[in-house]
Design a protein around this ligand. Sequence first.
Ligand SMILES: *[C@@H]1O[C@H](CO)[C@@H](O)[C@H](O)[C@H]1NC(C)=O
Ligand SMILES: *[C@@H]1O[C@H](CO)[C@@H](O)[C@H](O)[C@H]1NC(C)=O
Ligand SMILES: *[C@@H]1O[C@H](CO)[C@@H](O)[C@H](O)[C@H]1NC(C)=O
Ligand SMILES: *[C@@H]1O[C@H](CO)[C@@H](O)[C@H](O)[C@H]1NC(C)=O
Ligand SMILES: *[C@@H]1O[C@H](CO)[C@@H](O)[C@H](O)[C@H]1NC(C)=O
Ligand SMILES: *[C@@H]1O[C@H](CO)[C@@H](O)[C@H](O)[C@H]1NC(C)=O
Ligand SMILES: *[C@@H]1O[C@H](CO)[C@@H](O)[C@H](O)[C@H]1NC(C)=O
Ligand SMILES: *[C@@H]1O[C@H](CO)[C@@H](O)[C@H](O)[C@H]1NC(C)=O
Ligand SMILES: *[C@@H]1O[C@H](CO)[C@@H](O)[C@H](O)[C@H]1NC(C)=O
Ligand SMILES: *[C@@H]1O[C@H](CO)[C@@H](O)[C@H](O)[C@H]1NC(C)=O
Ligand SMILES: *[C@@H]1O[C@H](CO)[C@@H](O)[C@H](O)[C@H]1NC(C)=O
Length: 465
Amino acid sequence: MLDRFQLVLILNCIFIWRWGVQLSKGEDIGWTDHGKPDQTVLDKSICADIPAVMPRVYSASITDFGAVGDGTTLNTDAFQKAIFNLSTYSDQGGSTLHIPKGTWLTGSFNLTNHFTLYLEEGAVILGSQDPLQWPLIAPLPSYGRGRELPGPRHISLIYGENLVDVVITGQNGTVDGQGSIWWAQFKSKTLDYTRGHLLELNNSTNIVVTNITFLNSPFWTLHPVYCSNVFIKDVTILAPLNSPNTDGIDPDSSSNICIQDCYVRNGDDIISIKSGWDEYGIAFNRPSQNIVIQHVVGETHTSSGIAFGSEMSGGIEHVYVEDLTILNARRGIRFKTAAGRGGYIRNIDINNVVMHNVTNAIEFTGFYGEHPDGHYNQTAFSIINRISISNIVGDHITLAGNLQGLPEAPYTGICLNNVSLDVIPGKLVWNCSAVQGFSMDVVPEPCTELRDENASSLCSAVCYR
Ligand SMILES: *[C@@H]1O[C@H](CO)[C@@H](O)[C@H](O)[C@H]1NC(C)=O
Ligand SMILES: *[C@@H]1O[C@H](CO)[C@@H](O)[C@H](O)[C@H]1NC(C)=O
Ligand SMILES: *[C@@H]1O[C@H](CO)[C@@H](O)[C@H](O)[C@H]1NC(C)=O
Ligand SMILES: *[C@@H]1O[C@H](CO)[C@@H](O)[C@H](O)[C@H]1NC(C)=O
Ligand SMILES: *[C@@H]1O[C@H](CO)[C@@H](O)[C@H](O)[C@H]1NC(C)=O
Ligand SMILES: *[C@@H]1O[C@H](CO)[C@@H](O)[C@H](O)[C@H]1NC(C)=O
Ligand SMILES: *[C@@H]1O[C@H](CO)[C@@H](O)[C@H](O)[C@H]1NC(C)=O
Ligand SMILES: *[C@@H]1O[C@H](CO)[C@@H](O)[C@H](O)[C@H]1NC(C)=O
Ligand SMILES: *[C@@H]1O[C@H](CO)[C@@H](O)[C@H](O)[C@H]1NC(C)=O
Ligand SMILES: *[C@@H]1O[C@H](CO)[C@@H](O)[C@H](O)[C@H]1NC(C)=O
Ligand SMILES: *[C@@H]1O[C@H](CO)[C@@H](O)[C@H](O)[C@H]1NC(C)=O
């Protein structure tokens, strides 16, 4: 007879085979080394290089460590013991931790190397509503303090640091952060420290998150920071439309990221690309680059479909966004910076976006504000250049474009091509200042700043393919 470990190993192999058979290349997760991105060409193949998830040698169930899936027993010790146990196999073929059907209440736990967290059908990892179960960790060096309040911040429910080769997957199980207590504290201004994310990975590489649902994050939902080779596919992210700051996916000072086939309905930006905050981000100097986002559908009533910033002091470049559907949002495509941010956002290509019922379809602002402290450099202006926005359709749009660059450092090279926005009649249509760009086939006709012949050759060269 097979023992449980052998059985689990066989099941694991079947799963891995289904995903990995045609993908296998290299060891562990078979990422292509994209190297340092070329200065002008975005390598769009990131999403094509689906990593080969190799079988793990060891396998265990959370029940082996005494966990009880009744929704009320607190299983923090079981999760932490499981990780401690399985980390000993990191250099011996890796391990899988199975979460069976059931509701597993837990506080924060960390992941380990060469590790798969596998949520079976009907498995729910339920975040504790006791803030002590989300202990404090250091602020990120590129932020200098917690994002919401000075000092340390609550750790995420699931956290990983300095890891290689981590997979979070299964049969569309659920991670539920039960964020309502945190949202209430935020609204009543009684937070002690910055809220935790649902999943944060710090300085980690070769990460796959797929076929899983994330609910009710206290704060931003998925936060890869200082990471590379991160693949997020077939992920559902849900939080109430009025839950504060529950961003969907926030790649932060990270490179080689693929986000594909995701659905997000939440209380803040669907996807927001970041890279640190003011003088801390400038000093840390770690950009977000080589990011491909494809086939994402999102609904937010308070924020944007795709955002760049506002924390972008390490720079953002080589981002390709394709096939995005944005529903009922305040903004569709949004670039947000402030004096003091420094950094740059450049070589961005946004293509095939559908917007329904969006207040401001295209927004650029140099006046976002929000600083970590009073020590930011008032003359550190962000450079915004070479932004291509093409094949966009929108209906029930209030304002086609609201573009406010900083007079001291105007935004340049904004290239619009084949943009058709059905704007509610009788309103201001484009509202532009301190921006420069060129437009082809844009309806309604843009502001003169975006019809600048001086930008036409740049736009023809870099934007219109
Ligand atoms: C991990 O757990 C298994 C199963 O309970 C046990 O046999 C093994 O000794 C544990 N390993 C470590 C390193 O604790
Ligand atoms: C998880 O990692 C953080 C950061 O290294 C650390 O502070 C914390 O103690 C770890 N938690 C556990 C349960 O090991
Ligand atoms: C995260 O990673 C950075 C850079 O590797 C490191 O300085 C920091 O201590 C890590 N941990 C936290 C909690 O920020
Ligand atoms: C980042 O993680 C790698 C392991 O992947 C480690 O070698 C390196 O020291 C870490 N960097 C920092 C600053 O901790
Ligand atoms: C994703 O989860 C669904 C629902 O459990 C399951 O039917 C499907 O096989 C999973 N997909 C993969 C690739 O594992
Ligand atoms: C996963 O579950 C969510 C929430 O129930 C559902 O909307 C989504 O379609 C499911 N995804 C897959 C791949 O089955
Ligand atoms: C448009 O979006 C707003 C929220 O931003 C929502 O309240 C309203 O019901 C939506 N209208 C339609 C027609 O869907
Ligand atoms: C402030 O930023 C400007 C523009 O980047 C730079 O020239 C200047 O050296 C910075 N000042 C300080 C004190 O860092
Ligand atoms: C313009 O964009 C729309 C919407 O994406 C697309 O259907 C259409 O084919 C595009 N037209 C041209 C000439 O590329
Ligand atoms: C238009 O831009 C100006 C700043 O130049 C701003 O004060 C005003 O609120 C904007 N109008 C709308 C409708 O956004
Ligand atoms: C275009 O460039 C020329 C030459 O540099 C300059 O004289 C002109 O004012 C520019 N036009 C605009 C609209 O900025």
